[in-house]
Write a protein that binds this ligand. Structure first.
Ligand SMILES: Nc1ncnc2c1ncn2[C@@H]1O[C@H](COP(=O)(O)OP(=O)(O)OP(=O)(O)O)[C@@H](O)[C@H]1O
Ligand SMILES: Nc1ncnc2c1ncn2[C@@H]1O[C@H](COP(=O)(O)OP(=O)(O)OP(=O)(O)O)[C@@H](O)[C@H]1O
Ligand SMILES: [Mg+2]
Ligand SMILES: [Mg+2]
Lengths: 254, 254
């Protein structure tokens, strides 16, 4: 049974997509079977893997509309000598929120589509920066939520809103939903604020706080513009080291 | 008649709130009458000005529900020897999207509330990182849209989606809506990608691209955690210089 993990945080620009792409790639390198799903209407994970979302015929939107199965829409992404499956987003998803809003079972679209999928070790879902219908679908389909968090001001304030939403969804829609953990991103040891917030995260979350922060690293900001994961773009960078260490930490905790 | 300007970009973390707070403060220092409105359910502009959104009794949400007027909910923010008015957000706004979704005239809530307000030179609206109901309200109430843009990969791709949405809103809901312009944020001259994208922005937008980028500057990331604008926190920093220069550029173009 695959671990289905939503990568969510309604705060914008905290490293959700960077984590979704590079953590999926790291686990693929460690011989895990991985599928990555992009349900952000901005399709950043899709473009960041070098795929032109606006030219695709089959995306997650077609799956939601019942016009295609996940198998039809999947794109295979090569990671060195291995590969992971990728379910791309669509720019039309932005309209989907409005169109699907009054559809019965609107929160279960993704969960229904995934119900017959069994072959992976991990399924990651990259969420948009809001608590709207797409993120709702991810939190209903997932069994775990993984939260990238930029160690800045307000990081913890926004988090309590997200934890409240998770609790409501667990109570009403998805009893299996659990918090997998929190990881600090874009960490710069020279910034006092970063160090202070990371300390707060550790004391608040205990062992659910993944120890090693992902360090601020220019290669992570550049790799998506080449359509590459960090492992192809700059394999000896901090970015590659940190995401590999995070993947190993996740496997050790299993 | 006030200039009503929505600060919008559905990409997360590009500097919308940082621009909303510090551009409002810069124009206040230049003797303009300014109101800043926070309609992001994350209430980042509210917390960033040192106001605890979760303790407030009157917010923009109460205005939307007809329980308070804008005058009732406004908080005066001191900027040195001057002051600007601030309409705070509420954490309850996240539910508002769902609750108000089927309300007739749901896109006109903010525009109706502002219809009797005449005394300001500028009214800025800080938007959340999505094209949902709150941003829709801002784009219907505003006559201009100002777009902060991080000069990274995908910056321009996301922009075309926003420009499409603006065109639809102009056609169907708010014929007065115009693009005021685009400003590059978090600019670091050493990063090739930043320089390349800024060149593209200039060639694409012509004089609607505000010439001076806002430079990456640690004081801008730190000032909200002290509840201060950049002018109180670090008046001689690049951040203060750049936002003052942007304010002067806006006034010269008037
Ligand atoms: N560790 C890092 N070091 C340097 N830059 C980073 C790092 N992580 C992310 N970034 C950069 O920060 C920006 C935001 O990252 P990303 O797009 O992954 O965030 P997000 O949370 O997915 O954003 P959104 O809320 O729009 O979905 C991007 O430009 C990305 O390249
Ligand atoms: N010029 C700058 N230099 C350094 N840091 C900056 C700059 N502008 C913004 N930041 C930092 O980048 C992060 C994102 O900025 P901000 O919150 O203003 O973006 P936003 O677009 O409003 O985000 P959201 O999409 O969540 O509303 C914050 O941590 C902020 O402090
Ligand atoms: Mg993202
Ligand atoms: Mg913001």
């Amino acid at each position: 049974k695959p671990r289905i993990i939503a990568i969510a945080n309604q705060k914008g620009g905290v490293g959700k997509t960077t984590t979704a792409i590079n953590l999926s790639a790291a686990l693929t390198r460690l011989d895990k079977q991985v599928m990555l799903i992009d349900i952000d209407p901005g399709a950043h994970a899709t473009y960041g893997l070098g795929i032109l979302a606006h030219k695709l015929e089959r995306t997650v939107y077609n799956v939601f509309k019942g016009e295609a199965t996940i198998e039809d829409a999947i794109i295979e992404i090569l990671i060195e000598d291995k590969s992971m499956d990728f379910l791309p987003s669509s720019l039309e998803l932005a309209e989907a929120e409005m169109i699907l809003f009054n559809t019965p079972g609107r929160e279960f679209l993704l969960s229904n589509a995934l119900s017959s999928i069994t072959k992976y070790d991990f399924i990651f879902i990259d969420c948009p920066p809001s608590l709207g219908l797409m993120t709702l679908n991810a939190l209903v389909a997932a069994r775990e939520v993984f939260i990238p968090l930029q160690a800045e001001f307000l990081a913890l304030q926004g988090l309590s809103k997200l934890l409240d939403s998770i609790a409501i969804i667990k109570e009403r829609l998805n009893p299996a939903l659990e918090l997998m953990g929190v990881v600090a991103t874009r960490f710069d040891g020279r910034r006092i604020l970063n160090r202070e917030v990371v300390e707060k995260i550790r004391s608040y979350f205990g062992e659910k706080a993944y120890n090693l922060p992902i360090r601020e690293n220019i290669s992570l900001a550049e790799s998506p513009s080449h359509g590459l994961t960090i492992f192809e773009y700059s394999p000896s960078s901090y970015g590659a080291t940190d995401y590999l260490a995070l993947a190993e930490d996740i496997l050790e905790r299993t």
